[in-house]
Structure formats: C-alpha cells, structure tokens
Write a protein that binds this ligand. Structure first.
Ligand code: URA
Length: 255
C-alpha cells in the first residue's frame, strides 16, 4: 500500500512538472512514456489544432517573466494551422495588448497590405511574435501611448519555448522574420539586420524539434517601413525572392 502511494505521488509530481514545462502528453502513449512534442506529420489535423490551442492556453496564463504581470492580454498568434508561410514579429504593441491579436495596429495594417501584395490573405498565413506579452518602457502606465519597446534577450529566452513549439506544430515551409529582433533571435546570429536580410537560412530550433527543413528569411519590420518608406523597395525585393522560392508568381505592383 505504502509503495503504491509512493508510486502515485511520483507520477503526480511528474505530471505536474510536465504541465509546468508546457509539454504535451501523448494521449495514446502508455502512462510512463510521454513525448516532449508531438510531430505535425504524425499528428492528425485535430491533434495539431489541439497542440496549438494548448500552447495558446499556456501563453494566456504564463507568468514566467515580468511582462506577464503587466500585460492586458497575452497575444499567442493566429492564422492557418497548415500555413506554408509564417510571419514572426518581435512582440505585441499597444493595440495588440488590448485585442489579444498580433499585428492589428498601424504596423499590422501595413503587414496586411504586404501579405495581400504577395498574393496571400491573412487567413492563409500564420502570424506570431517572439514574445507574447507587450514589452513596455513604463509598465506602470499601460494606457500611455508611445510606450512600446523591443523585448530584451532574457524575455525572448523565457518565451522562446512558445514560438518554437508553434513553429514546430504549424511546420511551415518558410518563415519571414520581421525586423532585427526576430531575425537575429531566430537565425541565432548576432549580426545586424542588414547583414542577415535578403538571404535564406535553415531554421534551427533549440526547444522543439522540426520534422522537416524550414527556411527563414529576415526583412524589415513593417513599423520600420512606416518610419522609413525608402526601405520598402528592399523589403519588397526580399518578399519577391521568397515568392520565387515558393514557386509563386510575384504580383508586379510594389506595396
Ligand atoms: N509589432 C510586432 O512586432 N508585433 C506585433 O504584433 C505588433 C507590432
């Protein structure tokens, strides 16, 4: 009896630890065998949706870093779970914090135009961020405008598990990293955006397993394009290169 109770307590501890680490327990696996991640190729569509919904639920209650204390809403990301193309930004801003959705402010409106100019709809792609909660210059005043800042290295490191698991679950062919923060974090290259943009890299993950190669391309963040419209030409050249690699005819008009 005592031995049985000990085993039960051990199993319970393991279960709670796995929940805390955000691992997905394979339903069909025998009790003691659990997989850290269920691969999208082997997972039916319903399970893939469940993985992403599970991640979104964890993100919404996450308090792993200080951003989780001051956010109004976490912003897990959204889109087509079977997307061939994923866009990844740095983190939610003022509007995203209010709506709980990625890229819905001014930068988001430009991103929407870029997506349409590429011949896609927003519903066809998956959009997410490196960090899921609004990084603020003055976290005591979430209502202040102009309060956005880029996430720091520690915030990105703490949140990395989520974006990596989302990438592994969606399993896109291509990722566009929007801006230097997302580009340098995902390409794991400390160089500037200008040094890494305009070429494809093979994505490497550290906290989830890819089941097929994923190419990543870094380009300008739409917010940077709003500040510097002269950079749009270069951003468009990057996106046209991506479309060619995807075997799609790039529309002739620039954004
Ligand atoms: N900027 C980002 O990087 N992400 C958003 O969701 C909005 C603005």
């Amino acid at each position: 009896m005592r031995k049985a109770l000990k085993t039960l307590a051990g199993d319970l501890r393991k279960h709670l630890r796995s929940q805390d680490e955000g691992e997905i327990i394979l339903k069909a696996a025998p009790c003691k065998k659990r997989a850290a991640f269920k691969t999208p190729e082997t997972a039916p569509a319903a399970d893939k949706a469940a993985v992403l919904e599970g991640l979104a639920a964890q993100i919404k209650t996450c308090k792993r870093c200080a951003l989780g204390q001051t956010r109004l809403n976490a912003v897990p990301g959204e889109g087509n779970i079977n997307a061939r193309l994923m866009f990844i930004g740095e983190g939610p801003g003022y509007e995203e914090d209010r709506q709980g959705r990625p890229f819905v402010g001014k930068a988001g409106q430009l991103l929407d135009k870029m997506i349409v100019a590429m011949g896609f709809t927003r519903q066809e792609v998956f959009i997410a961020n490196m960090v899921k909660c609004h990084p603020m210059i003055d976290p005591q005043n979430p209502d202040k405008r102009g309060n956005d800042r880029a996430p720091d290295g520690e915030e990105i490191a703490v949140c990395r598990r989520y974006i990596e698991r989302q990438i592994a679950a969606v399993s896109p062919d291509y990722i566009v990293a929007l801006g230097g923060v997302a580009g340098k974090s995902l390409i794991m290259d400390a160089k500037s955006l200008s040094a890494i943009r305009g070429k494809f890299y093979d994505l490497q993950l550290t906290e989830a397993a890819l089941t097929k190669p994923v190419k990543i391309l870094a380009t300008f963040h739409p917010a940077a394009l709003l500040r510097n419209p002269g950079w749009k030409k270069d951003a468009w050249a990057d996106l046209k290169m991506l479309l060619a690699a995807m075997g799609r005819t790039p529309p002739s008009k620039e954004v």
